[in-house]
Design a protein around this ligand. Structure first.
Ligand code: NDP
Length: 451
């Protein structure tokens, strides 16, 4: 059995229930195969075995009191994978589906993504099975305070710097930062995604969506194409989806879809400025459902279906796809339909939104495919810029942060292409992203000795 297969086998046997983690490890490990011959020193130091095992897993009880006075109990997680190249860094996800396997898959992906940004950030992820949907602001505050009451022991501006993810936006970061500050009595850059007034960075809210769009533009340019006039599908309607819609529209593309966990809307005329403002108000302020968009703008709503199911069932063609909701949202069947109807590019705003079958179909059909760890790295890269600004106690202008973000996405694209070429599969962004991200971390681990 090859070394890679042995490692995957061991990972599966050790934690048989962590399916998403297995999927992420398999996806990365198979593409690292060519590094084994080139770097016998990695094999000798057991870097491959070490990188799939987190530095530590922290799990804790999060008790809180709801508006009716009843005690609720959730579970909190922080998985610190590696700080080989910088302090642990990665978001917090609040969603009822959260479990250890999901946090480990996200933390593992984060190692390579953070390395790709070229900034000094290690890999981590955390969260809770708490569902912010339908909770009052006061309930969210009491929950986040209880969550931080435990988490604060393990984080710090030079130790571990969490940020947002699904279910964790400006409101949640605000409550957590406020409480950290209260109990630690320090105003430092311990979280990113903060509002401007208390240490946030301009462009951080926009960064993941803008970055995924810049990455798509870079991929399209390799074939002499751009986003102008392209029909685009975006899924989700949260932070990443909203700013993908904004940037795609600015670059001349037309976004025709959005979704939430209840269903999908299709607006063939395009989701433009005013309509996007409506979505932002609906999702960020009123916290309503996407169906309201269909009611207001008299467009079709598909209850219980994802964007990718709707495209398939309705035979709708898109040129470029930006999956921006959650993991495994695109099945093999959905990808087959996208290939058949002429989709030329997939740029992942979400983490691991394409199933392994879907990825194979993109590759077999020569679809430009930017995996999440490269395409959505703009978010954490700008978090890195927020950390720098916090350390320097100054703030850069919108233009400065945006131009750094654009440059970082260009460089990530270049690094992926160049690694894929060096290792014999030019244009394979999956292999390129994994290898380029891995080699830097592996060298840092090697330098650090057996720790
Ligand atoms: P938000 O919570 O702002 O939005 C998530 C969106 O996806 C919502 O529309 C939500 O619908 C939908 N969604 C969530 N879970 C599911 C599900 N199981 N099935 C169907 N729809 C679902 O999160 P973000 O926009 O921040 O994150 C979206 C994706 O981008 C995630 O994969 C995240 O890991 C990734 N990402 C985010 C970054 C960031 O900077 N925020 C950085 C890099 C990656 P509903 O409102 O009904 O729950």
């Amino acid at each position: 059995m090859s070394l890679i297969n042995e490692i995957i086998d061991k990972v599966k046997k050790r934690d048989p229930e962590q399916k998403e983690f297995h999927q992420a490890v398999e996806e990365v490990m198979y593409t690292l195969e060519p590094t084994i011959a080139k770097h016998p020193e990695f094999v000798k130091a057991k870097i491959y075995e070490r990188i799939v095992e987190p530095d530590r897993v922290i799990m804790f009880r999060v008790p809180w009191v709801d508006d009716k006075g009843e005690v609720q109990v959730n579970r909190g997680f922080r998985v610190q994978f590696t700080n080989a190249i910088g302090p642990y860094k990665g978001g917090l996800r609040f969603h009822p589906s959260v479990n250890l396997g999901i946090i480990k898959f996200l933390g593992f992906e984060q190692i390579f993504k953070n390395s790709l940004t070229t900034l000094p950030m290690g890999g981590a992820k955390g969260g809770s099975d708490f569902d912010p949907k339908g909770k009052s602001d006061m309930e969210v505050m009491r929950f986040t305070q209880s969550f931080m009451r435990e988490l604060f022991k393990y984080i710090g501006p030079d130790i571990d710097v969490p940020a947002g993810d699904i279910g964790v936006g400006g409101r949640e970061i605000g409550f957590m930062f406020g409480y950290y500050k209260k109990i630690v009595n320090e105003h430092t850059g311990v979280l990113t995604g903060k509002a401007l007034e208390y240490g946030g960075s301009l462009i951080r809210p926009e960064a993941t969506g803008y970055g995924a769009t810049y990455f798509a533009a870079e991929m399209l340019a390799t074939r002499g194409k751009d986003l102008n006039g392209k029909v685009c599908a975006v899924s989700g309607s949260g932070n990443v989806a909203q700013y993908t819609v904004e940037k795609v529209s600015q670059l001349g593309g037309k976004v025709i879809s959005l979704s939430d966990s209840d269903g999908t809307i299709i607006d063939e005329k395009g989701i433009d400025g005013d309509k996007l403002n409506f979505i932002m108000d609906l999702k960020n302020i009123r916290r309503g459902r996407i169906k309201e968009y269909a009611d207001k703008y008299k467009v079709k709503y598909f209850n219980g279906l994802s964007v990718w199911d709707v495209l398939r069932e309705q035979g709708i063609k898109v040129d470029v796809a930006f999956p921006s909701a959650t993991q495994n949202e695109i099945s093999g069947k959905n990808a087959e339909n996208m290939a058949k109807t002429g989709c030329i590019c997939v740029s992942e705003g979400a983490n691991m939104p394409s199933s392994p079958d879907a990825i194979k179909i993109y590759q077999d059909n020569n679809i430009l495919y930017g995996p999440g760890k490269a395409a959505n790295a703009g978010g954490v890269a700008t978090s890195g810029l927020e950390m720098s600004q916090n350390s320097m106690r100054l703030s850069w202008s919108r233009e400065e942060v945006d131009s750094r973000l654009k440059e970082i996405m260009k460089n990530i694209h270049k690094a992926c292409l160049s690694a894929s070429e060096t290792y014999g599969k030019k244009g394979d962004y999956v292999m390129g992203a994994n290898i380029a991200g891995f080699v830097k971390v592996a060298k840092a681990m090697l330098a650090g000795g057996i720790v």
